[in-house]
Structures are given as structure tokens and as C-alpha cells.
Design a binder for this molecule. Structure first.
Ligand code: 3EB
Length: 332
């Protein structure tokens, strides 16, 4: 066997209106369905969640440029190529989620350490009845945050989490998907006009959320452009929700937040020598809480996003009750 330095394979992905098999080796996918589908359990590393009936259905597929190795550990399924691993898991519906979330995150980090892909790049958490309450009367989102924070505290990772989405879906339990890297060094990025979520004051819950506003992955070779993975982003300035009750203004503020976040001046603070504008967004997922707000959000997004950006509009709950819209994306 020859040992030569090989270029790092690029992680690619695309989003389609419905589930469709790609040709490249598949790491995994995220599928959003507008109705329960009895045939669609979660296939290995293919997470399926049910969203509200008034938005779109979509599948986001993540592929590798090379063969993929599959396995399972502690109920977490994974598919790995040389540089990236994609994993999915689920916590079943229960009275409370803090302990199960704590264990799940511990297991994820154990798995990633054993496989040798220790650097998280992107995390999605889809929570049933996110604004409902546990058997102890705690909001389910906050209970999830408690478990995540406890696990990360033990792991020394409270400030080290990457770009993340937490969104409410139909049904119970929590569905997870994560991408981690073996050798590339992702850079976690904060937004200059939002305080880091791990420093939110206690009025938002007993334990702060743990995530970064974006994660930048450098290009595989010299001269190329990197990729910026943008967290679920909302109409928050400092730590406060702004434009309560005004979905258009929330959508505009959210896109302004993304623009500030991935622009060259902000990335320069992390020693990153490039930047992105809204025109570099390749894809966004737009989560809208109320069906009747979807057209207004669509109008704002189609005015501010380039025609080349694939946008899907999903009806789903956002973690804070006063947030009406949340947008995640990928710039490259
Ligand atoms: C916010 O900015 C909006 O708990 O991991 C967005 C993305 C939000 C991720 C999380 C929460 C999370 O606080 C909510």
C-alpha cells in the first residue's frame, strides 16, 4: 500500500423537494415530511422528522466523494468517509429529557473519540413538543438544554460546540444528526451583535444553550474557498428577541444577523481570510412557526437571498415562544 498525501475529500450536500437517491456514496440525510408516513422509520443515518402540514417536504442528502463505512454504537448510527462522519440517533418519547440527553451527548462524544473524528462541525436536534412541558413542569427545550449542558460540562466542551439547529417537530422524543471531522480544523464563530448562547442569562432557563452561531471549515487545498455552516438563526440581538409579533421584521433581522456573522470583518476576528455575503448562501432551511406567516417570510427571503440559493420553507416550532422564524444555511 502506498502512503501518499491525498487531498481531503469535500463534503457535499444538496436538498431536494422529495426523497431521491443520489449517485455519490451517501453519508446520510435529513428528511422533513409534512405528514406522518408509516413506511418511513429512520433508516440508518437517515433521520426523518415530521413538520407542520403547511410548509414543504424536503430531503437534504449528505454525500462523500469516496466509499463510506457504516456502523452503530449505543444506538447511534454512523457513516464515515475518510474525513467526515455523519451520525444519527433518537431519544424516545418520555416524561423528561435531561437525563436521556445527557447520556446521548456522552455517547456521541465517546463514539467520535473511538472512531477518531473528534471535531464536531454541525449538529441538528429535532424536539417533539419543544414548547410543551415535562412531567416536572419544565419546558421541554429547557430540559433538553439542561441535559446537553451537563454532558458538555463533564466533557469540558461547554464553549466548544459547533453550528447547531434546535427546532420543534411533530411527535414525541428527540431526533439527532451530527457531522464531525477527522483532521480538518473547524472554526466556531460567534455573532458580534449577539452574546454567545452559553452566556445567556438564567431567565431563558436553568442551563444556557451550548452552540456557536456558525462553523467555518477551511478549504481542502490552498486557494479554494471554505464553507460556513450557519446555525439556526433568529431575530435575537444581544440575548433578546426583537420584533415580537412582527414576522417580516424578524425575518429581516435574522438575515442581517447571518450577513454580519459570515461577513469578512467578523471572520477576520478568527484569523479567517475570507468572507461571505448573503449572495454566497447556497442553501437555507427556513423554519416558520405559523402557517399564515409563510408567504410573508417567503417574500422577505426571496428579496434578500440570491436566486441561486435553494430555500425550503418548513412549518415548525422555534425554541423561544416569541420567535416566529428561524433560518439555517450553508455558504460556500
Ligand atoms: C437562539 O439564537 C435561537 O439551543 O442549540 C438556535 C440554534 C437556537 C441553536 C440551541 C438554539 C439553539 O438562541 C435558538
Amino acid at each position: 500500500m502506498t502512503s501518499s498525501v491525498q487531498p481531503i475529500p469535500v463534503l457535499s450536500s444538496r436538498i431536494l423537494p422529495s426523497s431521491a437517491a443520489g449517485d455519490a456514496p451517501r453519508l446520510g440525510s435529513l428528511t422533513y415530511l409534512t405528514a406522518p408516513d408509516p413506511r418511513s422509520g429512520d433508516a440508518p443515518t437517515e433521520l426523518t422528522v415530521e413538520v407542520g402540514p403547511h410548509g414543504e417536504s424536503a430531503t437534504e442528502t449528505w454525500t462523500a466523494g469516496e466509499p463510506v463505512l457504516r456502523g452503530e454504537y449505543a444506538g447511534i448510527r454512523y457513516a464515515a468517509c475518510r474525513e467526515f462522519v455523519f451520525c444519527t440517533g433518537r431519544i424516545e418519547e418520555g416524561g423528561a429529557y435531561a437525563d436521556a440527553t445527557h447520556r446521548f451527548y456522552e455517547d456521541v462524544f465517546t463514539l467520535l473519540a473511538r472512531l477518531g473524528y473528534p471535531r464536531l462541525v454541525r449538529v441538528w436536534n429535532y424536539i417533539g413538543d419543544i414548547n410543551g412541558v415535562t412531567s416536572q413542569g419544565q419546558e421541554i427545550y429547557r430540559d433538553f438544554c439542561v441535559g446537553r449542558s451537563h454532558a458538555l460540562e463533564q466533557l469540558g466542551m461547554l464553549h466548544g460546540m459547533p453550528a447547531t439547529t434546535v427546532i420543534g417537530v411533530r411527535g414525541g422524543g428527540i431526533g439527532f444528526a451530527m457531522i464531525a471531522a477527522r483532521t480538518v480544523e473547524p472554526v466556531n464563530v460567534e455573532n458580534p451583535r449577539q452574546i454567545p448562547a452559553y452566556r445567556y442569562p438564567p431567565r431563558y432557563g436553568p442551563r444556557s444553550p451550548n452552540f456557536s452561531r456558525a462553523t467555518y471549515v477551511p478549504p481542502p487545498g490552498a486557494g479554494g474557498r471554505g464553507t460556513a455552516y450557519v446555525s439556526g438563526t433568529a431575530s435575537i440581538i444581544g440575548h433578546e428577541t426583537v420584533h415580537v409579533g412582527d414576522v417580516r421584521a424578524q425575518a429581516r433581522t435574522t438575515l442581517e444577523n447571518i450577513e454580519l456573522l459570515i461577513g469578512a470583518p467578523n471572520l477576520a476576528r478568527y484569523g479567517i481570510g475570507e468572507g461571505f455575503g448573503l449572495e454566497d448562501l447556497r442553501r437555507v432551511k427556513v423554519y416558520v412557526r405559523h402557517a399564515e406567516d409563510i408567504p410573508a417570510v417567503q417574500a422577505v427571503c426571496s428579496r434578500l437571498l440570491p436566486p441561486s440559493c435553494a430555500a425550503v420553507y418548513l412549518q415548525a416550532d422555534v425554541c423561544r415562544r416569541d420567535l416566529l422564524v428561524e433560518i439555517e444555511g450553508l455558504a460556500a
